[in-house]
Design a protein around this ligand. Structure first.
Ligand code: HEM
Length: 443
């Protein structure tokens, strides 16, 4: 490799500082403007001097996430800063520790297991929550989608029955931790103030509370002596390749990570899906027609496999509103990507949102057009990431969304009430609120 060239920033830190309040809520419009102005990969420094590459260049993105993934670990922001709150698990670990846990947990997501869940507990849970949404009344459906996704993960993957009160408490804690974490990263100039005023302490107490709740659930399971075919039993009973077992603290961490990663993303995507169905009733009608055109009596899982248009609606939702809108990495050693020299310890952020809206790869990227997914999408479509760190719950989530859509199409129509949802790009992309009217279908 040639001698290291100097790191020339394309964005000055003052531009970040000047816009920091608006960047906390939604950096996406800024990123978009800066990409259009300065090119496909932006370069700047964090306040601590770290060199940052923010990219929407497919070659760059795929190099980091897949081709040379061994040189790119999860960034310190994810593994240390986020890890401080959600613990050490699949989302935050690196290297051999990550590989061991991924191998141990992967069987929990095998096709056979998912098939069973989709022929049983999952459709039932979805029906129950959809029936709780008030009908013919303007309603903020975000809390319902949160509850739905939360219950699907906890019932299906962990066979846990968490009381409504506790569930609400956990959800509120997750929301406030997420908001705090994002402010800490995007407005580091206020971190000392957060420390002085006790904000950090309050958040730490909330995190401890979640761990206490999870610990009680695990203890309850151990004490019950019952066996379950779920991820918790998998963690309690399986051994790593070296014969050792997962430690208790790690089980709690993985539990929290799977619940957080598994419900937030899906809940947000479901909100945006409902918004688009309200805007585009024809799409919902086409889904209904597709379901009704299936001739043979099929199990729900078999049905989902045959619903091409329904899947296209889900895919288009994940393109237009990718819940995991950005992913980050840290370079372990220097590297070369095209003409770009990457120094050791550089922070790389790949904007999945921008890849999904790049006019070079998508016709009318801002429009909701499910038909575009009736043929294979371009390789820039990566709602679940790409490479070895790709989402472990991708099939689980896709089927969940399709099942919600199937039930909505068969039993309801949706009408928009409010303005388009204001997107909040925190760790995940979500609508601030979403007021819709859920109406029973005529037949
Ligand atoms: C629409 C829903 C979902 C979306 C869009 C999504 C997206 C993603 C993305 C983009 C990544 C890769 C992050 C990276 O490369 O840094 C990821 C990782 C992960 N996701 Fe998901 N996810 C979804 C649902 C789920 C569900 C249902 C679960 C579990 C029940 C889950 C668990 C995880 C875990 C544990 C990881 C870390 C995997 C690893 O590094 O080994 N996700 N997800």
């Amino acid at each position: 490799m040639d001698a290291a060239p100097p790191f020339k920033t394309t964005l000055h830190w003052s531009q970040l500082l000047r816009n920091s309040t608006r960047l906390v809520k939604n950096p996406i419009p800024f990123h978009h403007k800066w990409f259009n102005k300065f090119g496909e990969t932006l370069k700047f420094r964090f306040f601590n001097g770290t060199k940052v590459f923010l990219t929407r260049d497919p070659e760059f993105a795929l190099h980091v996430l897949r081709k040379n993934h061994k040189n790119y670990h999860k960034s310190d922001v994810t593994s240390k800063d986020l890890g401080q709150y959600i613990g050490k698990g699949l989302l935050t670990l690196n290297g051999d520790e990550w590989k061991k846990d991924r191998r141990l947990l992967q069987p929990g997501f095998y096709k056979e297991r998912i098939r069973k869940l989709y022929n049983g507990v999952i459709p039932q849970t979805i029906t129950k929550v959809l029936q709780q949404i008030p009908q013919n009344t303007p309603t903020d459906i975000k809390p319902y989608m949160n509850q739905l996704a939360f219950e699907v993960v906890t019932h299906a993957l962990f066979e846990m029955k968490i009381e409504q009160r506790r569930l609400e408490e956990i959800r509120q804690i997750i929301d406030s931790v997420q908001e705090h974490f994002v402010k800490k990263i995007r407005q580091p100039q206020w971190n000392f103030w957060r420390y002085l005023t006790g904000v950090n302490f309050t958040i730490d107490k909330k995190v401890l509370r979640i761990r206490t709740i999870m610990n009680a659930l695990v203890e309850e399971r151990i004490a019950s002596g019952t066996s379950h075919e779920d991820l918790l039993d998998l963690m309690l009973n399986s051994t790593y390749e070296d014969g050792s077992k997962m430690e208790h603290a790690r089980i709690i961490d993985e539990l929290i990570i799977l619940i957080v990663a598994g419900h937030e993303t899906t809940a947000n995507a479901l909100c945006f899906l409902c918004y688009e169905l309200g805007q585009n009733p024809d799409n919902l009608q086409k889904v209904k027609a597709e379901i009704q055109s299936l001739e043979d009596p099929l199990t729900p899982y078999e049905q989902l496999g045959q619903l091409t248009y329904t899947q296209a609606v889900v895919n288009e939702t994940l393109r237009r509103y990718p819940p995991a809108w950005i992913v980050d990495r840290k370079a372990l050693a220097e590297d070369q990507i095209g003409k770009e020299w990457i120094p050791k310890d550089a922070f790389i952020a790949v904007s999945i949102y921008e890849l999904h809206h790049h006019p070079d790869y998508w016709v009318s990227p801002k429009q909701f057009l499910p038909e575009r997914f009736l043929k294979p999408p371009p390789p820039v479509y990566i709602p679940f990431g790409v490479g070895p760190r790709m989402c472990i719950g991708n099939h689980f989530a896709l089927f969940e969304m399709m099942e919600v859509l199937r039930q909505l199409a068969l039993h309801f129509t949706l009408s928009p009430v409010s303005e388009p949802p204001t997107p909040l790009a925190l760790i995940t992309l979500q609508p601030e609120h979403l007021i819709l009217c859920l109406n029973p279908a005529d037949d």
